[in-house]
Design a protein around this ligand. Structure first.
Ligand SMILES: [Zn+2]
Length: 489
């Protein structure tokens, strides 16, 4: 319903004359490419820029095949020739802000390609190019802008609503399309029948999702997460004003500030207990893909000092934070986000086969047979980051639990919390239901570690405990190393 409404507004925002304008643009750019030029024309550089950005996503996927992790419904990434132009591609300067070096590498490749193209022997004259030529397969790259909806974007490229719903259906086990934000890139592969064949989301150099058509009715997905290289950097600061203002000034993101506050919330009141002159020292671990920062980072160590005491947190290899003595800072999670043990009606199964098509359709969560209206509890302390209504997942909630843990609750009937709200373990967040595509009332519950779904009933999830005595020495060596790094920084 919501999507339809948005599609309607998009008509008003993109009047018909824009389409005519685009057709004219296609023709102009087409001429610019095939015109036999002895000297470069101003148009050439813009064509070059377009090609360059089109090639960008493609290249990365290939280069990084060796160290990427994929969760997939069917593995089928194969290179396709890049279409010669995408004239209606939205111009946006701020795309690929942090990928300059890749762009430069691409430049050389694209220049080569451009030369080959203009050396083609038979060149049709202007008159022989009909404006209403049958469309040929093409790729389109689009940078998400503020206020965009999936409907408006699909509309802009003349891709039918049915394809959009098919992609949304493939996305139900991932829900990646709901996380699109300004600056993310979408790449469309559209065939000569104006049918969408593939869609890639490029969140950052380390994370892409590819949806591929398998038949008239269905798409599969591939979630591509690249490990890249990680490097640690110390950050130091002195409290002036509040902690968040000072941390922001030192370069921490809002998410990182919230994470620090969450880690120590039982030990310190961030509004009251800091004084001007108190210090904070942090080691931040940043991800690089081919030497380019991906924007992903994690905090390896944190020390907060005031006159009375020093607080510390060190990220150990098990993914949990411990203080300097080795006591865990993470609070335990509930195995089941419910007040009683409801029957499991469908288990976690990454290789589940669709009963009809026989294709792999992962079940990334556990289904509990809860009657409509059953209280759904927050599995752990955290912040509600998403409250959505999806055509297939129904009403759902996402909670981030600091660092690498995330839980999701689907097919809900009624929300009891709002976006941005901090929640505690065991707090009622919703009433279960049967919304979206669901065969009966149930709760679909997911637990993610570092963006990857795990079985919530069996996975190793944090329990408030101390470092095991057998690992004490190793942990103490890590503490020493990170302390030295903070002191040097
Ligand atoms: Zn389910």
């Amino acid at each position: 319903m919501l999507l339809k409404q948005k599609a309607h507004t998009s008509y008003r925002r993109f009047p018909k004359r824009h389409r005519k304008l685009s057709i004219v643009l296609v023709a102009i750019v087409a001429i610019a490419i095939i015109w036999p030029l002895s000297e470069p024309e101003p148009e050439s550089s813009s064509v070059l820029a377009q090609r360059q950005s089109l090639a960008l996503g493609q290249k990365n996927i290939h280069e990084q095949q060796d160290n990427r992790h994929t969760t997939t419904a069917a593995n089928q990434t194969k290179a396709e020739p890049i279409s010669p132009l995408a004239a209606r591609r939205k111009q946006n300067n701020q795309q690929q802000q942090d990928s300059e070096s890749i762009v430069q590498q691409e430049l050389a490749v694209s220049q080569e390609r451009l030369k080959t193209d203009s050396a083609e022997p038979s060149v049709p004259s202007l008159e022989t190019i009909p404006l209403n030529q049958a469309p040929s397969p093409r790729t389109e790259v689009y940078t998400i802008a503020k206020g965009d909806t999936l409907s408006t974007i699909f509309e802009q490229f003349d891709i039918g609503q049915s394809a959009m719903y098919q992609v949304l259906e493939a996305d139900v086990s991932l829900l990646a399309l709901d996380t699109l934000k300004p600056g993310d890139l979408l790449k469309f592969w559209i065939d000569e029948h104006q049918q969408l064949q593939k869609l890639e989301i490029r969140f950052n150099p380390a994370h892409q999702v590819l949806y591929s058509r398998v038949d008239d009715k269905e798409f599969t997905y591939e979630d591509i997460i690249i490990d890249g290289d990680w490097a640690q950097f110390p950050i130091k600061g002195i409290i002036e004003g509040s902690f968040s203002v000072s941390a922001d000034r030192a370069g921490l993101t809002r998410g990182e500030v919230a994470q620090v506050a969450g880690l120590f919330k039982d030990k310190i009141n961030f509004n009251r207990d800091f004084r001007v002159g108190d210090t904070f020292e942090i080691v931040r671990n940043r991800q690089f893909i081919n030497g380019v920062p991906s924007g992903q980072s994690e905090l390896s160590a944190i020390r907060l000092g005031n006159q009375k005491r020093e607080l510390s947190a060190y990220l150990y290899q098990d993914g949990n934070y411990y203080d300097v003595k080795g006591d865990s800072l993470a609070r335990a999670f509930l195995r089941r986000p419910l007040t009683q043990n409801y029957r499991v009606s469908s288990s976690f199964n990454p290789n589940r086969k669709h009963p009809v098509t026989g294709r792999i359709r992962p079940h990334n969560g556990v289904d509990f047979a809860t009657p409509r209206g059953t209280k759904v509890l927050a599995a752990g302390d955290g912040v509600v980051t998403r409250i959505e209504n999806h055509p297939y997942a129904g009403k759902y909630i996402v909670i981030e639990h600091g660092g690498q843990y995330r839980t999701r609750y689907l097919h809900l009937n009624k929300f009891k919390v709002s976006k941005g709200q901090a929640v505690s373990r065991g707090q009622t967040i919703a009433l279960s239901g049967n919304t979206g595509r669901s065969t009966g009332p149930h709760l679909h519950y997911e637990f993610h570690i570092n963006g990857r779904p795990v079985n919530p009933l069996t996975a190793k999830i944090p329990v408030a405990a101390a470092i095991d005595s057998s690992e004490r020495d190793k942990f103490q060596a890590l503490v020493k190393e990170l302390n030295q790094m903070m002191e040097a920084g």
